[in-house]
Design a protein around this ligand. Structure first.
Ligand code: SAH
Ligand code: SF4
Ligand code: F3S
Length: 438
């Protein structure tokens, strides 16, 4: 029998889908290349913005045809979306042909749920109210052979007022340093070159553990695993990015000098309403500190426009800061109302047209900055980890610089998986191009 997984949302979900694949492989199920060939279809969903949910609803609707054709098809849905209050009922009501609804805390139960449905042919809704212990040593089938995800902390305690994540991922739970190191060493022995360590806020790592460790200690320990040539981390919260962490990044040669540091807004009034616990002055100082201590670092960010109460003036504050800080790139989002979050009940929700307008302005400004930043790299020689062959042209290689810039290179397939020196001879807004020089 074959299965297919649709994955939405962030890297944490990508990792969870790899765990689901591992679990299903252990049941002797194999991965289908196409959902049409699958006997089991699984949705691993995201609910961070309304748009993410709409995509899932759209796809679920389409599956009805497949289910009519093949009544034995099993459809399961899990992930962040189903974990929201009342959502499981809504899903079952709108899509009664779904067989399994599970949540973010009980992914590991997927095999038993599938077995039960195969036996009884009755649908199951199984969502845990609260997070349980972290379950270690689950099987995993990773998608990539060169780079891998490692979660280090689950959940979030920050409760930014717009954000649904703390309600669907529970409180912060750090994995033990021993487990993380073991996982990284295993990846090293399997030939992986790059790891990205994951958490909603990696800076919180260790705060809930009995052992006295913090995120910087983890970076030093991972840096000692010499076969892993690149260590990336997402995401950092600006409120607790310590000096010790900056030092650790600068001292650990395998830790890449790329920092994703969501700003969200450049207005102190909005930052306060967002419950972000920093001011734009603090953020700005942090950026200068990072650039000072970590030369050639790239800093990227997330921005939300149209948060309730955002005036033109607040928006101009954001534009102004974006202009001054010159991020390497930015993910920009229109505020999306999430039921159950404090911001949903705040006054002053912004008109969609106004939001769109602000978003386009912001994107135009950032695009030019990103392009200029890339242009500065023209003629420079940078280290690139070759990740694969460009699927479009097929005769170019594709990789990333340490600063996480996508780079196209001429070269042959044998270079895949290697770190090469590349002289940049062309720059575009989103990508670099170059040739291997040694
Ligand atoms: N824990 C990470 C990622 C959170 S989700 C962090 O704190 O950085 C990724 C991004 O989605 C956030 O940084 C934020 O910019 C955006 N986001 C979260 N909730 C949103 C909402 N309700 N509307 C629009 N964007 C949102
Ligand atoms: Fe959401 Fe804020 Fe937690 Fe990030 S830090 S997951 S934005 S609540
Ligand atoms: Fe989405 Fe859940 Fe990640 S809401 S962004 S998949 S933690």
């Amino acid at each position: 029998m074959k299965f297919f997984i649709f994955t939405y949302g962030c890297q944490m979900n990508e990792y969870d889908s790899e765990i689901m694949s591992g679990l299903l492989n252990e049941m002797n199920l194999i991965q289908a290349d196409d959902p049409k060939e699958a006997d089991i279809i699984i949705f691993n969903t995201c609910c961070v913005r309304e748009h993410a949910e709409e995509k899932v609803f759209g796809r679920l609707g389409q599956l009805k045809k497949l289910k009519v054709k093949n009544p034995n098809l099993i459809i399961a849905i899990g992930g962040c979306m189903t974990q929201q209050k009342g959502m499981a009922d809504e899903i079952i009501r709108r899509f009664p042909y779904i067989d399994i609804v599970f949540g973010t805390y009980n992914t590991f139960q997927l095999p038993e749920m599938i077995n039960k449905v195969m036996k009884d042919r009755q649908s199951i809704v199984n969502i845990w109210e609260k997070e349980g212990e972290i379950i270690e040593k689950l099987p995993i089938k990773r998608t990539d052979k060169i780079k891998a995800w490692i979660p280090i902390i689950h959940g979030c305690n920050n409760f930014c007022s717009y954000c649904i994540v703390p309600y669907v991922r529970g409180r912060e739970r750090s994995r033990s340093m021993k487990e993380i190191i073991q996982e990284a060493k295993k990846l090293e022995s399997e030939g992986y070159r790059e790891i990205t360590i994951l958490g909603q806020n990696v800076n919180s790592y260790g705060k809930d553990l009995n052992e006295k460790v913090e995120f910087a200690d983890l970076l030093y320990a991972l840096n000692d695993i010499r076969g892993i040539k690149r260590i990336r981390f997402i995401t950092s919260h600006p409120k607790d990015f310590s000096d010790r962490l900056i030092t650790a990044i600068s001292e650990c040669d395998n830790v890449c000098e790329h920092i994703h540091l969501p700003l969200q807004s450049g207005s102190n009034k909005i930052l306060k309403l967002m419950n972000r616990h920093y001011t734009k002055e603090h953020y700005e100082e942090l950026v200068y500190k990072i650039r000072n201590k970590i030369p050639n670092s790239s800093i990227t960010t997330d921005i939300i426009i149209g948060f309730p109460g955002e005036t033109d003036e607040d928006f101009f504050d954001t534009l102004d800061l974006i202009n001054r800080l010159e991020f390497d790139s930015a993910f920009t989002f229109m505020y999306s109302k999430r039921k159950g979050t404090p911001a949903a009940l705040m006054p002053g929700h912004i008109d969609t047209e106004v939001k769109k307008n602000r978003l386009f302005q912001l994107m135009a400004v950032q695009e030019e900055i990103t392009h200029n930043k890339n242009r500065e790299l023209l003629g420079k020689t940078l280290e690139v980890l070759v990740e694969g062959v460009d699927t479009k042209t097929r005769n170019r290689l594709i990789g990333r610089t340490r600063t996480n810039k996508i780079t196209f290179i001429d070269g042959d397939q044998e270079t895949v998986g290697k770190i090469v020196k590349v002289k940049i001879n062309k720059t575009k807004t989103w990508t670099l191009e170059g040739e291997i020089v040694d």
